[in-house]
Ligand binder design. Structure first.
Ligand SMILES: [Zn+2]
Length: 478
């Protein structure tokens, strides 16, 4: 059943220039997600897509563990009494929550929309003295929000899957700030693993969580010129500790509230990988996260089948010894059909082995990223490790080039509008005032000054002309 529909999806495939349709079709055609499950914004992860996602997750698990951030699991059900501890938060999420009623007493809960209402009451229980700090934990779970906007798999779902949240508590502001920078370092590494170049910005305080004292936000550029928020690191200051009563006795016996950082991201990383790297023929996966890095396709007939299959098997074993994830495609299908299928799935490197290659003791390599073909002697197979490395670097470079070339510096609102009309991003000076921020937002629905650069440079505000020390980025946002 699924197979038949995937075939149909292949036949329907539109080019990437029609990005929205392309994205929708590729999810099923490349075996990432099946969205035909009858819950809006709730999708079935297919094995191949889940494999890519879990490779990304495996990497963040490694990074977090190495930094002493301990993995935990908190219940999906959140008691209303926990939610009410943070009135502003509760006001925002009350109507966006999934409500659950249990048993004859009809006790009420909500499904976790974010981690903190479940975690922070426990932090209060665990943290007594400065010796209990820092407390650094994370979980990778699903979160639930009743989205009323149009949902889009991996980008805006009602069940937000494979989502991690790091929550840390510290005894001083300096230590918390250092932790936030550490999270940024880890995030930069995760993006590199995905061969993606992000735009990292700061949000002004009026755009942060209520009470927060700063944040880093990650954005990626989509092929339609829009930008998508893709992970954030929030310095909560003491605001949440005060709401939840997370206090500790410092070394002089005085009580103080903890300083806290919360950081999160998830499957939007995969949405960016698919969107940024894919082309008209399907996905292009960075080798570092590809479940299959090399696919070997024998080109055979009835007569030479056994001989060629044997060769395919021996090459597979040799590559596996080099630590490469390999799959062979021995189906009784035409070679063309097989090429097509693996191209859609974005396998970084294809190896073809036919009778002529057998005679020459060589194989044919075809890169998925730049389609370059190369004949390689069987004795040189070790070089494939290097080639995969090159694919990874090339994809990262392309992503970086695309991002940089989409940014245009502008010094007045008229020019900014022209740039936005061309689906490009504007780089503008901004004086720091909320009213100038809002005037940029008013240009068009969806347009936003979505953050300021981490560097500080002097200039004149694009709206009011006043002296500015910050510049930021304006684009259509998801
Ligand atoms: Zn201004």
């Amino acid at each position: 059943m699924v197979k038949k529909d995937i075939k149909q999806a292949n036949e329907l495939m539109v080019g990437k220039s029609r990005f929205s349709e392309w994205y929708s079709q590729i999810l099923l055609a490349a075996d990432i997600i099946d969205k035909r499950y009858s819950v809006k914004g709730g999708n079935v992860w297919l094995n191949y897509g889940y494999g890519v996602m879990l490779n990304i997750k495996k990497y963040w698990d490694e990074l977090f563990h190495a930094e002493g951030i301990k993995e935990m699991y908190f219940p999906l059900l959140v008691p209303i009494s926990y939610c009410e501890k943070n009135e502003k938060w509760w006001k925002g999420f009350k109507n966006q929550a999934f409500w659950v009623r249990g048993g004859a007493e009809k006790e009420e809960y909500i499904l976790r929309p974010t981690g903190e209402p479940a975690m922070y009451p426990m932090f209060k229980t665990w943290i007594r003295t400065f010796g209990d700090l820092p407390l650094k934990i994370y979980e990778t779970v699903s979160s639930f929000r009743y989205e009323t906007k149009q949902t889009r798999p991996l980008i805006r779902d009602r069940e937000i899957t494979v989502w991690h949240e790091i929550h840390t508590a510290h005894s001083t502001q300096e230590e918390a700030e250092k932790e936030a920078l550490n999270h940024k370092k880890m995030y930069d590494k995760i993006w590199e693993k995905c061969a993606l170049s992000p735009l990292v910005v700061r949000k002004p305080l009026f755009e942060c969580f209520p009470g927060a004292i700063g944040s880093f936000e990650y954005y990626n550029l989509m092929p339609n010129g829009k930008v998508m928020e893709n992970g954030s690191i929030n310095n909560l200051g003491q605001a949440y500790a005060k709401k939840f009563g997370i206090k500790f006795k410092n070394n002089t016996g005085k009580e103080d509230f903890a300083w806290m950082i919360c950081t999160g991201n998830g499957a939007r990383l995969l949405a960016a990988v698919i969107s940024v790297h894919g082309d008209d023929n399907g996905l292009i996966l960075p080798p570092e996260i590809a479940p299959i890095q090399v696919v070997i396709i024998p080109i055979f007939n009835k007569k030479n089948k056994n001989k060629i299959f044997k060769k395919v098997d021996s090459i597979k074993k040799e590559l596996e010894k080099l630590g490469i994830r390999v799959q062979t495609d021995l189906r009784d299908e035409s070679a063309g059909k097989k090429f097509y299928d693996w191209e859609i799935k974005g396998v970084p490197l294809r190896i073809e082995i036919g009778p002529r290659d057998m005679v020459k003791k060589s194989v044919m390599l075809v890169r998925r990223d730049n389609k370059v073909k190369k004949i390689m002697k069987e004795t040189q197979l070790k070089q494939i490790v290097k080639i995969l490395d090159n694919v990874q670097k090339n994809l990262l470079e392309n992503s970086n080039k695309e991002l940089r070339s989409s940014i245009t510096k502008v010094d007045n609102l008229k020019k900014l509008e022209t740039v936005l009309k061309k689906n490009k991003m504007g780089k503008v000076f901004w004086c720091g005032s909320e009213s100038c921020w809002d005037k940029i937002k008013a240009i068009e629905e969806g347009v936003e000054l979505f953050g300021t650069d981490l560097k500080s440079v002097k200039g004149k505000c694009v709206v009011c002309g006043k002296d500015s020390e910050e510049f930021g980025y304006v684009a259509n946002t998801y």
